[in-house]
Design a protein around this ligand. Sequence first.
Ligand SMILES: [Zn+2]
Length: 387
Amino acid sequence: MKYDLLVCNGRAVDPSQGLDDPRDIGLRGDKIVGLGKNLDPLEARDTVDARGLLVTPGLIDCHVHVYPGVSHYGIDPDPNCLERGVTTAVDAGSAGAATWDGFRRYVIEVSATRLFALLNISSVGMVTGVETDPAVGELEDLRHCSVSAALETVEANRDVILGIKIRLSANLAADGRNELPALKLAREAAEAARLPLMIHTPGSSLPLSRILAEMRRGDLLTHCFHGHASGILDERGRVLSAVREAVRRGVRLDVGHGKGSFRYPVAEQAMRQGILPGTISSDLHSYNLEGPVYDLATTVSKFLLLGVSLDEALRMVTAAPAEVVGMQGRLGTLKTGAEADLALFELAEGRFEFSDVAGETRTGRWKLVPRGVIRAGRVVKRPEQTA
Ligand SMILES: [Zn+2]
């Protein structure tokens, strides 16, 4: 037998090789070993019929929160990421140095979703109290921000820690007083670890240009289309020149939709001025799982209605974040030799309403609906046969 599994009759869409065409995909063990037309099902131990579906590389979500039971934001990764087509996810700062070991032991090592993490510069991570109470932010006390503790944790976990995370919001940082010192410490840790820094800015007391001045090539500005203070537009709706300069020097714009961080008017204004995100991520957590985010596929559907092509939108959740996780060529692609992580979607056509974080809606013609998923060559979810 040539293949352990053959995914046949689907429309293969793989932006990493400009592919959008009917293709069968042969898998052996946990690798892709064949991509072609009319691969022989008699050569396969098992087949998945993808008729009428898109077959894409497993999606990569570079901003989620999956430390349930410790951070109140946390959700279970397997039902909410993997089973919805996200085979790889990056937890963005739920854990810091003091809460890290549990994250590795009880989440990363037992989840079927491939997980990576950005370590919060605050050693407590996001254990900040429930949102209905006055939140006690992780930057309220700078003693939580230990560069040496962060570096020690990074060094012991380089296989899964991909960068440093900081949340800059005045109400998480002693009315803003701790924001700049904490940012400097996060910069120092990222620099010493030679890893990227992901920064959240909604509600920061610092001007965005001041924050961007601390950002280098490969760093990620998440929540890039939020509508709070320290956003990417000036008061007249023009993209700040500091944002253009940052993008030019290689700072990546990441969507990080979240519960409060994605506004259509901001995305529309920015995109009209030629500023597109590098990566589409969901910032999926317990407060947006039941809407307005739902999952990464829904977030992608919002970019389709904003005029991004299917190929380009899928690139932003496959090949582009594969670079962020340093696994280009292995993840986010259907090339032979790559990891056998695949997602199957229905591209439903109709009139679908999608809401941003303020409840403003737009109607889209396309909706990407997760129907099946394969992770490391194993069928996690088989598409239901309709015909
Ligand atoms: Zn987040």
